[in-house]
Ligand binder design. Sequence first.
Ligand SMILES: [Zn+2]
Length: 375
Amino acid sequence: MLGKKDPRQETSRVARFFSHALPFVAFTFGTWLSLRGTHTREIIRPESHPNIVDLTNPASPDLGESLEQTSVPWPRLNPTARIDRAWLLADGPERRDGAPGVVTLTFDDGPFPETTPYVLKSLKKYDMHATFFLIGKYLAGSDDRCVKSRETARQILAEGHLIGNHSYDHARLGGLEEADALDEIDRSARAITKTLGSAPRLFRPPYGSLTPSLEEALAARNQELVLWNIEVGDMTRDDPDRMFEELRAQIIYNKGGIVLLHDIRWSSVLAFKKLAEWLDSHRFDRDHPERGGYDVVDLGEYLRRTAMDPPKASGRAELERARAEAFKANDEKKRHRAAEVVLPLVPQDDSVASPASEGASLFGHEVGHVVGHEG
Ligand SMILES: [Zn+2]
């Protein structure tokens, strides 16, 4: 008997072992599980980002308003969101001889999964950063296209570009009932917030259309109103080469500015590809300021430079008069110099310094009409 172990004792020893080991096993397994879980949390994915909401699930909570208003990395030059001031500020910093022209790039009416990535490609190729003003309804649905559009919006952000709100359905806000116009602004802001996890702080009204009470509403929402001054009506055109030439001429005439294009049209994608290449080859070289040229900056930097050297003009009309006079004077100076110098036989290239003929003929008087057309 002594030798033989009591099976009941044996079972109780095994049972005791397990009763002691089990919690340990459970703990280890649990930790492994949670560690595995934690690891996934490090990779930012929509499904794991606290503020990004799965819009394919209609029951998703509405959190637009609940998000804290974060501070913005640019000076607030127009905290009252006045449209006349926004037109003035669109022109950027005061022009100085020997200083770079400052250009910032903006794209409206997207995102379009078919075309927007090609604009992003050109931007990446020339190391430029832009601002995209998005249409909320493209982000708000649960169909495949909306899913793809949300992915495109996240790609825009991931590649270091800024995102702004361009209303929910591209309505002419100034022509709507106040409540409908506010709904256009807020629904779009919510769709962008749910897609990106952060609320937009830049707003561009379609067609540049607002009312004084909508200005107040945008100011109350801490929105920076962003308009433009370089635009060629690309929404209704299919001539990328000509559009590029006109964009170039306007940039030369204005010596910089806020470029507006639409990343939802192939002809605009192609026109931008040419413009990005041209801007890249005409960057301002601080070792050779006499060559002129441009700094292509993002909107935050554009606003910072404008704050550092604000335009002297009190309004858009005064600014355009001053611009036309400066251009004419500059043009005459060049013609004068040209008359003095024996012109070489070979044709000149269209370097920054001398767009005289093209600029003057196209834009001496037209610029005023362009602004306010469409956006
Ligand atoms: Zn638009």
